[in-house]
Write a protein that binds this ligand. Structure first.
Ligand code: ATP
Ligand code: MG
Length: 404
């Protein structure tokens, strides 16, 4: 197992707590990641100090109290936000969702026992070393996700843990331990009680993991619980998609109409950009694409690029490539489209109304009435430029616009 080397600022924060008579530990995901030789994206600190005592230990730092309800004090230490949470137990759970109350405790073992999986239930500080009460380190080396305590009980406390088990298995490339796995499937209905925002956040991480396809197949009843039946092909295609959540959601929902897929995404309360892209990508799955063999290839690619922009087009192509690879169909044509689109971008080709050599104002000055038609005329000019029927040159475009 890898050595744990906490960053200096984390050690300094732990030292500071100690100077004030408290104990502080790095805990949860960061300990897991370091034992796996990965660089944690953030460090959570847990302490026996009550929130007021934590605040008093950092009189020279800004303190943010937004997480106070859960015992979290955010200390701005040397410009960085560090979350310090008091050891706590979760009171009785309501609706398999949130505990009725959290109780601060002075003992780290109670705090570690409320955590979801053995690999997430370890704490560390340089003085005391690793505190591992549930064989988390062993489960890392065995690569398994296993509940702390009885799985049915833990999933009933918080149904989101069902998806978290799948998420960690997918991202860390672990297996879900047998009893935990049976319990995941048995308790899947508990997801009904979980807010869609929390589901979306975990499920998105799940589908971006290296083991996404394997986990979604293994826990197919959970997938159905969330989204209804999804064709196996869609799930297998995930592994062939780039790690972009919009492309992967589009792959999952590609058996639906674009409107139904958009409805599905809307129900997850995603941001508008995700909604826009998934809808577009699902619609694009059945659209016609330029054919390299055709003599219109270059023009068709330019139109497609003008319509979508390079980033969206790249995703459209990636999604189709994944389905082609899955069904053993060649992707040469798609590769050519991407290549040629890239070339057009590099050459700064005229692909938008903005890059035309005239503006609406110019046309108005040349006597074309400023009306709702103006946008249509400019679009038509762009099409003609792409088709090579008129030069992207001011005078020529104005002449052409008069005819339109
Ligand atoms: P990541 O690297 O994705 O941030 P993480 O393990 O840090 O992984 P978080 O969701 O940030 O996951 O949670 C931090 C820690 O809090 C977890 O490691 C776990 O100990 C605990 N935890 C988080 N959510 C739950 C939950 N629903 N039930 C029990 N413990 C939880
Ligand atoms: Mg985390």
């Amino acid at each position: 197992m890898y050595q744990i080397n906490l960053p200096e600022r984390i050690c300094a924060v732990i030292d500071r707590l100690k100077e004030h008579g408290h104990h502080g530990y790095a805990v949860g995901g960061c300990v897991r990641d370091m034992l796996m030789g990965k660089v944690p994206h953030d460090f959570d600190i847990t302490t026996d100090a009550f929130p007021s005592e934590t605040s008093e230990s950092f009189p020279d730092c800004d303190i943010i109290l937004t997480g106070l309800k859960h015992g979290t004090v955010t200390v701005v230490y040397e410009g960085e936000n560090i979350e310090i949470t008091t050891f706590r137990t979760d009171g009785e759970y309501l609706d398999n969702r949130h505990p009725a109350n959290v109780t601060f405790v002075r003992n780290i073992s109670e705090d570690l026992s409320r955590r979801d999986f053995t690999v997430n239930a370890m704490a560390y500080n340089p003085e005391e070393g690793l505190i591992d009460l549930f064989e988390g380190e062993k489960d890392i080396s065995r690569k398994i996700i296993k509940c702390v305590g009885d799985a049915d009980t833990r999933f009933n406390e918080d149904g989101l843990r069902i998806l978290r088990a799948m998420r960690f298995a997918s991202v860390l490339e672990f297996k879900v331990e047998e009893k935990t796995a049976e319990s995941v499937i048995r308790n899947r209905k508990l997801l009904k009680n979980i807010s869609v925002e929390r589901i979306y956040s975990e499920f998105t991480k799940l589908i971006l993991g290296n083991n996404a396809t394997e986990i979604l197949k293994q826990f197919y009843p959970v997938v159905c619980e969330l989204f209804g039946e999804i064709p196996t092909e869609n799930i297998e295609v995930l592994a062939l998609c780039p790690k972009d959540h919009t492309v992967r959601y589009a792959a999952l929902f590609s058996h639906m109409s674009a409107d139904n897929a958009a409805g599905m995404i809307r129900a997850l309360k995603t941001d508008n950009e995700t909604h826009r892209l998934v809808k577009k990508l699902v619609a694009s799955a059945s659209a016609e694409m330029p054919e390299f063999a055709s003599d219109r290839f270059e023009k068709d690619v330019a139109h497609l690029l003008a319509e979508n922009g390079f980033d969206d087009l790249d995703k459209i192509i990636s999604l189709r490539e994944a389905f082609c690879v899955h069904s053993g169909v060649g992707t040469e044509n798609l590769v050519k489209i991407r290549e040629y689109a890239g070339k057009l971008i590099r050459e700064d080709a005229c692909l938008s109304i903005k890059s035309l050599d005239v503006s609406g104002k110019d046309l108005a000055a040349a006597g074309i009435p400023q009306s709702a038609e103006m946008g249509r005329i400019l679009k038509k000019l762009l099409d003609l430029v792409i088709e090579g029927k008129v030069e992207n040159e001011r005078e020529a475009l104005i002449e052409c616009a008069k005819k339109i």
